[in-house]
Design a protein around this ligand. Structure first.
Ligand SMILES: [Zn+2]
Length: 84
């Protein structure tokens, strides 16, 4: 999983638009309200990262449902637990 990848979406706490959540260069989630007010919400501490991750709608899960059969288990989820 490359840095900067889209992790999922969440509602922007400022304007309520659907905001993108990407992985920042430290491997933590970073919300960017790309289609709304352009707010950016950084997560500097593990509690913040875990809190945001528990609230987002995962992009990967939707992509799997839409157009992929069964992904190879391993890489992605192992990386996730490694981050947390
Ligand atoms: Zn916003």
């Amino acid at each position: 999983m490359a840095k900067g990848d889209l992790i999922g979406h969440m509602d922007c706490p400022c304007c309520g638009s659907q905001a993108d959540v990407n992985e920042d260069k430290n491997g933590r989630p970073l919300m960017f309200c790309r289609h709304g007010c352009k707010a950016q919400l950084f997560t500097r501490r593990p509690e913040q990262a875990e809190g945001m991750l528990s609230r987002i709608r995962r992009a990967v899960v939707q992509a799997v449902d839409d157009n992929k059969p069964e992904p190879a288990k391993g890489g992605f989820w192992e990386n996730l637990t490694g981050v947390a």
